[in-house]
Design a protein around this ligand. Sequence first.
Ligand SMILES: Nc1ncnc2c1ncn2[C@@H]1O[C@H](COP(=O)(O)OP(=O)(O)OP(=O)(O)O)[C@@H](O)[C@H]1O
Ligand SMILES: [Mg+2]
Length: 371
Amino acid sequence: MNDKKFTILIVDDVPENIQLAANILDKEGYNIAFAPDGKSALSQVKNISSDLILLDIMMPEIDGFMVCEQLKKDPETANIPIIFLTAMTEKESVVRGFELGGVDYIVKPFNDKELAARVKTHLALKYANEKLRESEQHLIALNATKDKFFSIIAHDLRSPFNALISGTQLLKDCYNSIEKDTLDILIDELHKSSTNVFALLENLLEWARSQSGNISYTPTVFNPDALIKTVIPVFTKNIKDKNIRIINTVDPNLSVYADMDMISTVLRNLCGNAVKFTPDGGSICFRSSEQGKFAEITVSDTGIGIPAEDIDKLFRIDTKYSQIGTAGERGTGLGLILCKEFIGKNGGTIRIESKYGKGSRFIFTLPKDKI
Ligand SMILES: Nc1ncnc2c1ncn2[C@@H]1O[C@H](COP(=O)(O)OP(=O)(O)OP(=O)(O)O)[C@@H](O)[C@H]1O
Ligand SMILES: [Mg+2]
């Protein structure tokens, strides 16, 4: 299995039985915890995070069956294997034990080797089950990723290509008969369309690379204020067109330990979104603060905001969420997913606070020092 030391909880109202089982299991190298009755078993089980429980059936007040029932009802304890301890005369109740979710039973007085062997088998089974569940979760996530990938390729990549193909076809067939003005519009549309499809492709590929662990993480110490000052000019044209005011109060002496390329991508996406979703005359603000070992950077805007019910759809590859900007700008819906991925890779977190119709605030953290 692994090197972890397993903890076995022994529940019995007869101290000699606990002692006997504890002696046997102690020799096998397990951690032992014990409870003299059902009530204390239920209160202990979570604190000690037991890997397996040996549970006596006949106990005063809360008997073994009731304890088992309670444990199986609680998702936190439902997967702990329970082996019932029964007296020879209680053999019929073994069936009830299985019905309630017990995995096995041992008849008292125990045989040393039998007890050790059954405990070992069920721990191995539990361990194998946990591994299976983990790999199932991983597969579900991978499958969602793959589905999203295909849906983006099927839908988002197809439509701009249709526009490109029909546009270039028109140029090819009727170039000489199209008026100059119409020609200019058509070429402009073709250029926009191919720029969009390229942006989508780049985001998709970058995201796919980060999913497959192929993006290198090279952290250095740098100053986020300086990085922000290189990102803002990328949007100069849109900022001017929309008369947006930019306020930057990020501490110029603040430094963070992170991969600068990744954080540059994050800032570009957040700043791009803020510009895209802020109407004429609005403002965008960059702020910083320090929270213990972390620096917190906030990008806020006075834009259109995000409805509360839609916030959970962001950052997730399995739900597509993308709106058109205040000047009709289109997006791929991958920007924030990349941001989350990159901030996570740098040991930080990202969250959103938004008021629909009023504005949004994207807050991310980064370690100030090597973690
Ligand atoms: N600052 C913001 N204000 C309002 N809505 C926002 C803001 N940032 C993101 N959103 C909402 O979240 C959606 C997803 O954002 P995201 O950056 O992931 O994709 P996008 O901007 O649509 O496309 P792109 O991949 O080109 O960035 C946006 O389409 C928009 O609806
Ligand atoms: Mg975006």
